[in-house]
Design a protein around this ligand. Structure first.
Ligand code: KMT
Ligand code: NI
Length: 173
């Protein structure tokens, strides 16, 4: 999974690549977990559910062809900076996209996710998502029991929710 510092080039679906790579250690510091499987992704998902205790899963497609005129507004929505009070777990089944995460020092770090990539964003991390220029991703979402997955847009209020405070402790300790 390629990770680099985001540099705005005016279109969220372009790479927006500064050319400055982000290391595994930097992602670890932000408590982001990533992994990859070249094998059967359903078998991989079964393993993940056992390993992490995830309780359910579903699959979503974000595709210009499938969504038609709803596509642009949906992709714009995903790109609004937000957090969740539980982890966000995505296994990419097909296509590609970008997750942008706030680094420990609040800069945008871009992760290119493609088929076979797993990403686990910790509760309380600010992030956003976009498809790439080919306008297609198909992903599995994995959940714990009763997950708090509502997207809370970044604000003074979200800076103070427990999940955010806990996350900040986690990355500074
Ligand atoms: C999300 O929550 O940002 C999404 O589910 C985006 C599509 S899955 C990569
Ligand atoms: Ni999210």
């Amino acid at each position: 999974m390629r990770a680099y510092l985001f540099q705005d080039e005016g279109d969220q679906r372009k790479p927006n690549d500064s050319g400055i790579p982000i290391t595994e250690a930097q992602l670890n510091a932000a408590k982001v977990i990533s992994s990859h499987s070249d094998g059967d992704l359903y078998a991989f998902a079964d393993e993940l559910m056992k390993q992490y205790g995830f309780k359910s899963r579903d699959e979503v497609s974000v595709s210009r062809i499938k969504l038609g005129e709803r596509y642009d507004s949906m992709v714009k929505k995903f790109f609004e900076e937000h957090l969740h009070e539980d982890e966000e777990i995505r296994l990419i089944m097909d296509g590609r996209g970008y997750f942008d995460l706030r680094s420990v020092d609040d800069k945008w770090v871009r992760l290119l996710v493609e088929k076979g990539d797993l990403i686990i964003l910790p509760a309380g991390i600010y992030h956003r998502f976009t498809t790439a220029s080919d306008d297609y991703i198909h992903a599995m979402r994995l959940f714990r029991e009763n997950p708090r997955w509502i997207a809370l847009p970044r604000s003074h209020e979200t800076d103070n929710v427990d999940a955010r405070q806990d996350y900040k402790h986690l990355i500074t300790s």
